[in-house]
Design a protein around this ligand. Structure first.
Ligand code: ATP
Length: 262
């Protein structure tokens, strides 16, 4: 359903910067794909191009065959910085209502969807709180609730759990697996964390050092039912973790070698 064909992105300016050289990949309906790669390899840039918030310099993105040239109504984005993605002067529900009102959803349905999404993320009854009255993990749950209340077909998540503590992160990972099983969504999830990428996804795409290409793709053939302790101690999980780690390290070594020769 989501196709990326030979996507390249160069930021223009006094010194043009080639953030992405050539990425091709596709995501099928209902798939959970994790994108991992070194810092600065263009993960956020890629997500912005996927969503239509930014446009590639070369190549293209297609959703169901249609070329993406502007923000796509069937997608929602969840960012790392929940503190900046929620309006502090609005309540939880008011924050959640904004995209639904813009999409023309009826008042009664908005209320119903907000209540259901808040229940799904474990924040039932918190409709009238303000973001600043909530912990970081709770604010990120609100950002997720806002996205699922919108009912996107494709959910793009940009390192959404990078700013929370380890325990909250595990809880939020399990929340995502739960949401994935309740809602029929295709998810593209950017993370730095190799374990997180495998634990959550059906496929891990490793991006190279800049100028960025796809370094390697790993199918995750683990049982659908996942559990923080059980899944992460499976031999298949450990093998995959080593393989993804190696793919990232090998690419770093190749790049370091090329730089040393230059
Ligand atoms: N608007 C912009 N103008 C110029 N350069 C940019 C712009 N946005 C990003 N870049 C550069 O493009 C490269 C890729 O940035 P991007 O934020 O997409 O990487 P990332 O993989 O998401 O990074 P991180 O893992 O650190 O979050 C970086 O070198 C960055 O400095």
């Amino acid at each position: 359903m989501l196709e990326v064909q030979s996507l390249g992105k160069t930021y223009l300016g006094s010194t043009p910067h080639e953030a992405i050289r050539d990425i091709s990949c596709s995501v099928t309906e209902g798939e959970f794909v994790a994108l991992v790669g070194p810092s600065g390899c263009g993960k956020t840039t890629l997500l912005r191009c996927l969503s239509g918030l930014d446009s590639p310099t070369t190549g293209e993105v297609r959703v169901d065959g249609a070329r993406v040239i502007e923000p796509v109504a069937s997608m929602a984005l969840v960012f790392q910085e929940y503190g900046r993605s929620l309006y502090p002067w609005l309540t939880v529900e008011q924050n959640m209502r904004l995209p639904l009102e813009a999409a023309g959803v009826s008042r009664s349905e908005i209320r119903e969807r907000c209540d259901r999404a808040l229940t799904d993320v474990g924040l039932q009854g918190m409709n009238d709180r303000h973001p600043w009255q909530l912990s970081g993990g709770m604010q990120q749950r609100v950002a997720i609730a806002r996205a699922i209340a919108y009912r996107p077909r494709i959910l793009l998540m940009d390192e959404p759990f990078a700013s929370v503590d380890a325990q909250t992160r595990e809880d939020l990972e399990d929340l995502m697996l739960d949401i994935r099983s309740r809602y029929d969504m295709t998810i593209v999830f950017v993370t730095h964390d190799i374990e997180e990428s495998i634990y959550l996804s059906d496929r891990v795409i490793v991006l190279s050092q800049p100028p960025t290409t796809v370094a390697k793709v790993f199918p995750v053939n683990l049982p659908r039912e996942r559990d923080q302790l059980g899944t992460k101690s499976l031999p298949e999980f450990i093998e995959l973790r080593t393989a993804v780690h190696r793919a990232i390290r090998r690419d770093e070594d190749v790049t370091a070698g090329a730089l040393a020769k230059a």
